[in-house]
Structure formats: structure tokens, C-alpha cells
Design a protein around this ligand. Structure first.
Ligand code: SPV
Ligand code: MG
Length: 440
């Protein structure tokens, strides 16, 4: 006969006395029926579906949890819902702290009750929640301490594996990165936040009053990134324009990697680079497939970690060379070692990007695809994800937004010859002081 079981689902990323209390209770219930305690350990994808990716990988969390003495067995729980595991395991008891009766987890709880009722077997036990300690508080404390270079660097690959699509926001300073780090909305019980940062060549140059023509050198750009990294913990994708001279690209890769950047995107243009959204209104030259593949290979040979990603950006649609050219390049770049493909477009409609993704995906289901919906802005990230894109970059919006706000306030002060009228458009001094941890 099958051993009777007690089921407990957990993320087990930051184990605290509240978890131990639940597991001890589960042990007591299991002993009372001569059964086993089975932990359904949420996979990275299950956790990332409703909050950030965990600090530790599934295997690391498993190694910790399966060595706790109250537990007999660990199995994966691949979604937030317990249903699949409950149906397969038919536990005598399911155990969860009583804090989930209201709030975001209430739906999951109801689903557990419905499933047990449907099976006509099993009981939900809800011990009192342990006050005074919570994963949320531990998370906040961990964030305040910061993140190591390697942990940040590897986060992007882990996120790509766990979640689709990723939403990446342009940041050009520490303050804009703090906004991208902390802003969130609650949607259908899910906490939606940005997964990382985009260091845009356009906004990093523009915020320095320089044109987007590779005129701001790597060292200056790394200063901005260091400022950003000092106060945040999310991963960053670096826009390296053309990647510069092939002889220099390996050094760029090493510097980015050393700093903790997760990925570099290089575009297949050569000569004097202009911003892609200018299209054929300016002279822009696409690199040959062979030369660009060589550059990808140089980058791949230079990197030290296996986590760093080199993403090849295809400019064929920007330069009106057509889908066939774009696809031919995409497959060649992947063959040369590119860890991802970015397909760019300056059309108002997303059609050409969707066509590219669909055709690319018929031959390659794995390589991550990056898109930048600046001009085709009516399509949602969710829709692009469903079409097969992995990373959606909002490439310039924080800088564009701040420019309008600053100009309005500057004009307002001149118009009224004082600042009274525009105070409402500014954050209060008290608020701005309290925004930065450590000010007071
Ligand atoms: C950037 O943000 O600098 C980019 C994207 O490269 S785009 O401006 O659309 O070319
Ligand atoms: Mg750029």
C-alpha cells in the first residue's frame, strides 16, 4: 500500500523559524498516521510567476531542504497551484500557515480546498502564522545588503529560464535605476515588476548631451553602471552599439563581465553608427555576415564566466533588407555562438517583428529573442511573449519622461518668476530626502 503523506509546498529560499514550525507540525501529523512528509518545492519558474526569481537555484534550495530532519521527500511543484501534486500524491493532510486566507494567495488556497473536496480525501491544516518574522522582511534586509557581482551577472540567464517575457527598463542614472528597481503593480494577485535594466547608448549619450554615435567611451558608461549597481540588485543588459573594432571587443566583454553586467548586445552595423530609429534617412552600413560572426566569436572567446551572454542584434528590417536577410543572419549569428538574437524594427506595426519571430521559431525554439517595441508600442509585453519573444526592452522611456517634466518646471519658474506654481509638479524635498536609504 502507498505510504500516507503530509504535503507542504514551499519556496525555501530564506528558511526561517516560521518554516521550521510548519515542518515540525507536518512531522507530527505524519507520525500520527505513520506517514511521510513530502515537500513540494516550487521551481524557479513557479516562483518567478508571482514574484522575483529566488536567490538560490532549485537545486541549491533542494540541497538545503532535503537535509532538514522533519522531511522525508522533496518533489518539484511546477506552478503556484498545488493541484497537480495533490492529485498525484493524494496526501492525507496538506499544511500551510493561516496567513493565506486573505490576500494574493487566497485563490491558491481555495483551489487546494476544491481539489481535496473533489478527491473526497485529505484535509487542509492551517497552523497559526508565526508572527515577528517573514520572508518579506528578510528579503528587504537582503536587498539592503546588496548583491555580489557573480550573483547579479547570472540572474539574467536564470530569469530567462524561469519566466517569459522579461520586462527590461532603460536606466541612465542611479536614480532612474532605483525607480526601475522598486516600481511594481499588483495585477490579478501577481506582483508585476521590471526584471532588469537596459543601459541604452541613446539615453546614456543623450543624458550627457552627446549624439548616439559611439562617442561616449566605455569607461564613462561603466561609471554610470557602477553608480547603478551600487544601489540596486537587478541584472543589466548593455547596449554596446557595434561593439567597436573587433580587436577591442574582447576587452569590452571582459570589462562588462568584471563589473557584473549580464549581457551585451551588439548590432550588425559598421562604420559611423547612427541611431537605428533614423533608418535610411541617414547613411548606415550593415556589417557582412562573416565579419560580424568573427566579432561574436572574439567576444565568446574572451568571456570568463559561462553566464555572460552575447546577443546579436539584426538591423536588416531597420535597413529594409527584408525578412530573408534577417533570418539568414540570425541563424549564422547563433551558429557563431550568439546567446540570443535581437530583432529591431522602426515600423508602427509589430507585423514584421512577429513574422520574424514566427519564422525563426520554426527552426529554433530555444535561442532567446529580444525585442524593443519603441515604435510598435501598441503591442503588450505579454503578447510579444506569447508570440515567442523572451526579453522586451523599454529602451528610452525614463529619460524621455524626465525631459518633459524638467522642461515644464523650468519654463514654469520663468513664467511665474517664482516656484510656487510648479511645486505640485515636483516631489517634496522631504520625500526626495527619504527616497534614498541612509539619508536620514
Ligand atoms: C538604444 O536604446 O540606444 C538602442 C535602441 O539601441 S534604439 O534607440 O531603438 O536603436
Ligand atoms: Mg543604442
Amino acid at each position: 500500500m502507498k505510504t500516507p503523506s503530509v504535503y507542504v509546498a514551499m519556496s525555501a529560499d530564506l528558511i526561517h523559524p516560521g518554516h521550521i514550525n510548519i515542518l515540525k507540525i507536518a512531522r507530527d501529523y505524519a507520525d500520527s498516521i505513520d506517514g511521510e512528509v513530502v515537500v513540494g518545492l516550487l521551481t524557479d519558474a513557479a516562483i518567478a510567476s508571482y514574484k522575483r526569481v529566488p536567490y538560490m537555484t532549485y537545486d541549491q534550495r533542494k540541497a538545503v531542504i532535503e537535509n532538514l530532519r522533519y522531511i522525508d521527500r522533496v518533489i518539484p511543484q511546477t506552478s503556484l497551484s498545488y493541484e497537480e501534486n495533490i492529485r498525484a500524491l493524494r496526501p492525507r493532510y496538506v499544511i500551510h500557515g493561516d496567513d493565506w486566507k486573505s490576500g494574493a494567495q487566497a485563490k491558491t488556497r481555495q483551489n487546494v480546498l476544491d481539489t481535496l473536496q473533489d478527491l473526497g480525501y485529505g484535509e487542509l491544516i492551517e497552523p497559526a502564522y508565526t508572527e515577528g518574522i517573514s520572508s518579506t522582511q528578510l528579503n528587504a534586509d537582503a536587498r539592503a545588503i546588496g548583491i555580489s557581482t557573480n550573483a547579479r551577472l547570472s540572474l539574467l540567464r536564470r530569469l530567462i529560464a524561469a519566466k517569459k517575457p522579461l520586462r527590461i527598463l532603460e536606466t541612465h542614472s542611479a536614480i532612474s535605476a532605483l525607480i526601475a528597481q522598486n516600481v511594481f503593480v499588483q495585477k490579478d494577485g501577481v506582483k508585476l515588476e521590471f526584471d532588469g535594466f537596459w543601459s541604452s547608448s541613446l539615453t546614456d549619450s543623450t543624458s550627457r548631451g552627446k549624439p548616439d554615435i559611439e562617442a561616449v567611451e566605455l569607461t564613462s558608461r561603466l561609471h554610470t553602471i557602477n553608480d547603478i549597481f551600487e544601489v540596486t540588485s537587478k541584472p543589466l543588459i548593455y547596449d554596446a552599439d557595434t561593439g567597436g573594432k573587433i580587436e577591442h571587443f574582447g576587452f569590452t566583454v571582459r570589462s562588462l563581465e568584471r563589473t557584473g553586467v549580464s549581457a551585451v548586445i551588439i548590432e550588425d552595423k559598421t562604420g559611423l553608427k547612427k541611431n537605428s530609429l533614423l533608418g535610411n534617412d541617414v547613411e548606415q552600413t550593415q556589417d557582412s555576415i562573416d565579419d560580424f560572426c568573427d566579432k561574436i566569436r572574439v567576444g565568446k572567446r574572451a568571456q570568463i564566466t559561462s553566464d555572460f551572454m552575447i546577443i546579436a542584434r539584426i538591423e536588416s528590417l531597420i535597413l529594409e533588407k527584408g525578412q530573408d536577410d534577417a533570418l539568414k543572419r540570425a541563424f549564422a549569428y547563433v551558429q557563431a555562438g550568439a546567446d540570443g538574437i535581437m530583432i529591431h524594427s522602426r515600423q508602427k506595426s509589430p507585423d514584421e517583428v512577429l513574422e520574424f519571430i514566427q519564422r525563426f521559431r520554426t527552426q529554433d525554439t530555444q535561442t532567446p529573442i529580444v525585442v524593443v517595441p519603441t515604435s510598435f508600442n501598441a503591442i503588450t509585453a505579454q503578447e510579444l511573449g506569447e508570440a515567442g519573444a523572451n526579453i522586451i526592452i523599454y529602451a528610452n522611456h525614463l529619460l524621455r519622461a524626465s525631459f518633459i517634466a524638467m522642461k515644464e518646471v523650468a519654463e514654469g519658474i520663468l513664467t511665474h518668476d517664482r516656484s510656487l506654481e510648479i511645486e505640485g509638479r515636483c516631489m517634496s524635498v522631504k520625500e526626495i530626502l527619504s527616497l534614498i536609504p541612509g539619508t536620514i
